[in-house]
Write a protein that binds this ligand. Structure first.
Ligand code: SF4
Length: 334
């Protein structure tokens, strides 16, 4: 039986309800999240997404976790927009390696109506023609630009909340939390699916994590995908010396996201390089059903496990790559 997520999911979570879920005894929390996961998804399937940086570094924003911000002195090599054919070559390779989603990221503050945007449109058309779900993350976007991307075949747009509204100014000063929400609204209005999540390990409190998840879970329609990132510490950025994220914090955040947004794909995103297979297995048990992988063993500009390593891990855990296209409705097993 197929249902749209708005028919059966809850969109009026209180902060206390989320806190009560997050703070449950760990094994009870994981058990509940695993039960929700099994009711809404095939728990053996993991979506493999490939993320390619199509324009790297030189960004005018000041996100304190990001090595691509021009103002921080990092080792990241600035790269202007890649040629369309180069990007399509990477997309073909990603498909051969089992990816069903190909995400292109450009380190821009916002999309501008110029030749670079025309080239992004060409890339979206080309990747779509390969039969992959196409996703972009390009910064802020107007409704008209979102519509242009949708017409080119864009399936999803990534725009993370990063953290809570309350903590936002501590992490980024060059834009406001409301700007994020506005872009997500523009993406929704254009009929593109939404990929939006956040990062843990920025120095936020549990209350901030809950507040971020609550913003996502109380959207009129839940984001179809919710990436949960552990801070990837980049030398030269203001957050380079933050402590490593505790795996149980990741597990609790993933489990809470799974319970409150049952139909969404919950993506175990940045930070996997610092996690053992056993730790990642806990995240899958807690309801994560997607990972990013990359032929160059990077996730944008930070290290990530390689494709072969990931495939071996999935095999040893009895998981398999999701080969079919994910629709924005969910098949629930009653
Ligand atoms: S996270 Fe994105 S917007 Fe922020 S500095 Fe990095 S590339 Fe720019």
């Amino acid at each position: 039986m197929t249902q749209t997520e708005t028919e059966v999911t809850k969109h009026d979570w209180s902060k206390q309800q989320l806190l009560d879920i997050y703070n449950r005894p760990l094994l009870e929390l994981v058990y509940q999240a695993a039960s929700v996961h099994r009711a809404w998804h095939d728990p053996r399937q993991v979506q493999i997404s490939t993320l390619l940086s199509v324009k790297t570094g030189g960004c005018p924003e000041d996100c304190s976790y990001c090595g691509q911000a021009a103002r921080y002195h990092t080792d990241i090599k600035v790269q202007s927009l890649l040629p369309t054919q180069t990007v399509l070559g990477h997309a073909r390779k990603a498909k051969e390696n089992g990816s069903t989603r190909f995400c292109m990221a450009a380190a821009w503050r916002e999309v501008k109506n110029n030749r670079d945007f025309d080239r992004i449109i060409e890339m979206v058309e080309g990747v779509n023609a390969l039969g992959l779900e196409v996703c972009c993350t390009l910064g802020m976007l107007s409704e008209e630009q979102a519509l242009r991307l949708q017409k080119a075949g864009l399936f999803a747009y990534n725009h993370n909340l990063d953290t809570s509204e309350e903590f936002y100014d501590e992490i980024i000063s060059t834009r406001k939390f409301d700007n994020r929400i506005q872009t997500i609204d523009n993406v929704r209005k254009a009929g593109i699916t939404v990929c939006s999540g956040g990062i843990i390990g920025l120095g936020e409190t549990v209350s901030d994590r809950i507040s971020m998840l609550r913003t996502l879970a109380n959207m009129e329609k839940h984001p179809e995908s919710v990436p949960i990132n552990a801070l990837a510490r980049v030398a030269g950025t203001p957050l380079a010396d933050m402590p490593k994220v505790d795996v149980w914090d990741m597990v609790r955040t993933i489990a809470t996201a799974r319970i409150v947004m049952p139909s969404s794909m919950v993506r175990l995103s940045a930070g996997r390089i610092e996690m053992s297979e056993q730790e990642q297995a806990w995240c899958f048990m807690a309801g994560a059903n997607s990972i990013f992988t990359g032929e160059r063993q990077t996730l944008l500009v930070t290290p990530n496990p390689g494709v072969d390593e990931d495939m071996q891990m999935l095999e040893s855990l009895g998981l398999k790559p999701m080969m079919n296209k994910k629709e924005d409705t969910c098949t629930r097993n009653y």
